[in-house]
Design a protein. Structure first.
Length: 186
């Protein structure tokens, strides 16, 4: 009921630890909750971003996320956005993109999550998405702010140093993202 009070341009985000090999009872419960949330978002006219993390609960191979998305699409759960963990290969992203386009050509795309990965791992993850236009960007907060937060909270970094540290990390990630797509920062 509170969703209706949100500004229309706000997107609802839901994090779900979901693996296609999870026990059926757990999957059924998660599916029902995601379906209810999807229907509520549609009812109040808000976009929905569903973040799926499978790698913390089982093997993550090139078919794990495509299988998970197929299961959710089979229930007519069609979020506007997906937020997905890095994949090991361009082939995995091609499979993910194929599942999305087959089931929901109106999906706005995928945002890559970082799982607190270090810069070099994220650069490799960015490169794997280079040929996947469905991946629109990245949202990797902790990779950007965790060092500054720890240092600042410990009194070892000033406000200005913390801001500079976060800005530098974000700039490097942006440059890596653009480089993976054959573009340069302006």
């Amino acid at each position: 009921s509170q969703l209706i009070e949100w500004p229309v341009d706000h997107c609802i985000k839901c994090l779900c630890f979901y693996h296609p090999d999870d026990p059926e009872a757990l999957k059924t419960e998660q599916q029902q909750k995601l379906k209810s949330l999807f229907e509520a978002a549609r009812k109040v006219g808000r976009e929905l971003l569903v973040e799926i993390i499978a790698g913390k609960h089982g093997e993550l191979d090139d078919m794990t996320i495509p299988r998970a998305l197929e299961e959710l699409y089979a229930l007519d759960i069609k979020p506007d956005w997906w937020k997905l963990e890095p994949q090991a290969s361009a082939g995995a992203w091609a499979k993910i993109e194929a599942v999305i386009l087959k089931n929901d050509p109106w999906c706005r795309g995928v945002v890559l999550l970082g799982l607190e990965a270090p810069q070099d791992e994220l650069e490799a993850a960015f490169a794997a998405t280079a040929e996947a236009p469905i991946v629109k960007g990245f949202a990797v907060g902790r990779t950007i702010f965790i060092n500054a937060a720890e240092q600042w909270l410990a009194g070892k970094m000033s406000d200005e140093e913390a801001v500079a540290d976060m800005a530098s990390r974000f700039e490097k990630l942006t440059e890596a993202w653009l480089a993976a797509r054959g573009r340069k920062a302006a």
